[in-house]
Design a protein around this ligand. Structure first.
Ligand code: DLL
Length: 479
């Protein structure tokens, strides 16, 4: 399919016979007859997708076609949000912008940002752009404080999500007919169910294991012999330990591939995981507000960062302080605009994830993202030095006597903040040798990051494991 900028726009616009939904006056016609601007734009521009082993047409589009597609879908998304969500209308009216102000992709920068707070104010369902009877599923991410962030999906949203997830899995080397052990948590978290439907869509067999019950996971991996595992990187490391604990060698399992995400992880962690299980480990990225897992996925051949599926999402990188849009290759905060979401269109959503955009490689039309170095809200400020847990991970994994299991504890014993890295020794390394390695770790942190810290070498399997996203930082300074 080739799309050009001159293709008729599916007038963001609505289908014949439909009345515009003014503020507070959502259309109430029968569900089957309702269409919205995003649905119409998608129907007019989408290339057919044949599930299976081959890349789909939009995945292979060149950059110019992707950008034409983005413009059409973006115009439809902005109109859809403006017409159907009061919060967008208020935001845009206050900023003096409206759907007509988006004539080029660059015009997007005229529109204000949205964030988690924007969604919280619309709790639970006021952020939805379609009548509730068109919403087929709800997910929610538990906020650390207060109300969860609620997200919703129409039938079309769920279908596109499954298709994109299938695209990610295929790109990472999963094939129809594979057995896939899905250890992302099922429930309100988007990981389990999001991956589940993608695995089925690809034509693979899903084992809906969910997180936790580590002994059961081991038994099922031994008995069902999956070729692929899906879970967080830290949980896969916890599984490696549990295999060894049970007297089994994790390198001897049937697993050949891991598709891992939901938390920041480093290249050093990738090597550790690949060595531990003798598998290929690929990244998968996503966030509930934008869709869930599958916003970006990584090629197994290249392992050169996750490709953002730009036929469905328009990424930007901004300076988190000045909010200025930064050029390709510059580090900053990732911002996403959805292009095909019907129930919950998100425009210029600030993710707080820090990374950079890179040019496409295997999929030249779609840009890649660098590793997420951290979230701006996870940054530790220690006596004036900014640091992220991933920086400690990178250094700690370079000290062979110490395990990849660590926690960061922040205290304020007097007036000065204190960082303690609690890290387990590897079981085969004697205590004395591990203590020396701990001193070496403290030295390297001082040299490479510029912060003095204490390293407390802990006994194997003494630190908390998680069955999903691992909590690395324990900040006890405010107590
Ligand atoms: O974690 C969705 C997901 C599930 C992604 C399974 C991948 C696999 P949330 O719970 O809303 O959604 O958390 C989203 O997790 O903003 C990042 O900070 C972080 N994150 C997700 N994937 C990655 C990754 C899911 N591959 C938040 N690398 C995001 C680094 C990640 N951080």
């Amino acid at each position: 399919m080739t799309i050009t900028a001159s293709d008729p726009l599916p007038s963001a616009q609505r289908t014949a016979g439909e009345t515009p939904a003014g503020p507070g006056s959502r259309p109430v016609s029968p569900v089957a007859k309702q269409t919205n601007a995003v649905q119409a734009a998608y129907a007019a521009t989408a290339a057919p997708v044949t599930p299976g082993a081959e890349p789909d047409a939009e995945e292979l589009l060149p950059r110019t076609d992707i950008e034409s597609l983005q413009l059409q879908r973006l115009q439809a998304t902005i109109s859809h949000a403006y017409e159907n969500i009061a919060a967008y209308r208020e935001l845009y009216d206050a900023a003096g912008v409206g759907p007509d102000d988006l004539q080029t992709l660059e015009d997007l920068s005229k529109f204000p940002f949205t964030d988690k707070e924007f969604l919280r104010r619309a709790y639970p369902f006021q952020s939805f752009a379609v009548p509730m009877e068109q919403v087929r599923r709800i997910h929610a991410s538990s906020g650390t404080t207060g109300k969860p962030t609620v997200v919703g999906y129409t039938e079309g949203d769920i279908d596109r999500w499954a298709t994109l997830l299938a695209r990610c899995l295929r790109f990472s080397g999963v094939r129809p007919g594979d057995i896939v052990h899905n250890a992302y948590g099922y429930g309100l978290f988007t990981g389990g169910l999001g991956a589940h439907y993608g695995i089925e869509k690809l034509g693979a067999t899903v084992i809906p294991m969910s997180g936790g019950q580590t002994e059961k996971q081991i038994q099922l991996i031994q008995d069902f012999k999956p070729r692929v595992i899906l879970c967080t990187p830290t949980y896969l490391l916890a599984l490696a330990d549990a295999f060894r604990h049970a007297g089994l060698d994790p390198r001897e399992t049937s697993l050949e591939l891991g598709v891992l995400g939901a938390e920041p992880w480093t290249e050093e962690m990738r090597h550790e995981i690949q060595r531990s299980f003798n598998i290929t480990a690929c990244d998968i990225y996503g966030l509930s507000e934008i869709m869930g897992p599958g916003v970006a996925g990584e090629s197994a051949q290249r392992q050169d960062g996750s490709v953002i599926w730009e036929d469905h999402f328009r990424p930007e990188i901004i300076d988190p302080i000045s909010e200025e849009v930064l050029p390709l290759g510059h580090h900053g905060e990732l911002v996403f605009t959805t292009l095909t979401k019907e129930a919950l269109p998100m425009i210029r959503y600030r993710t707080h994830d820090l990374t950079r955009l890179l040019p496409g490689t295997d999929r030249p039309g779609h840009r890649r993202m660098g590793r997420i170095t951290g979230r701006s809200d996870d940054m530790i400020i220690l006596r004036g030095v900014n640091l992220f847990p991933t920086q400690i991970e990178e250094i700690a994994l370079g000290v062979p006597e110490l395990s990849p299991h660590f926690q960061l504890r922040l205290t304020r014993p007097s007036t000065m903040d204190q960082l303690t890295v609690r890290i387990e020794r590897r079981p085969e390394v004697p205590r004395e040798q591990a203590e020396a390695a701990g001193a070496e770790l403290a030295r390297q942190i001082k040299v490479k990051i510029g912060s003095s810290c204490q390293v407390s070498v802990e006994e194997p399997e003494s630190l908390a494991r998680s069955s999903g996203k691992l909590r690395r930082v324990y900040d006890e300074r405010r107590r």
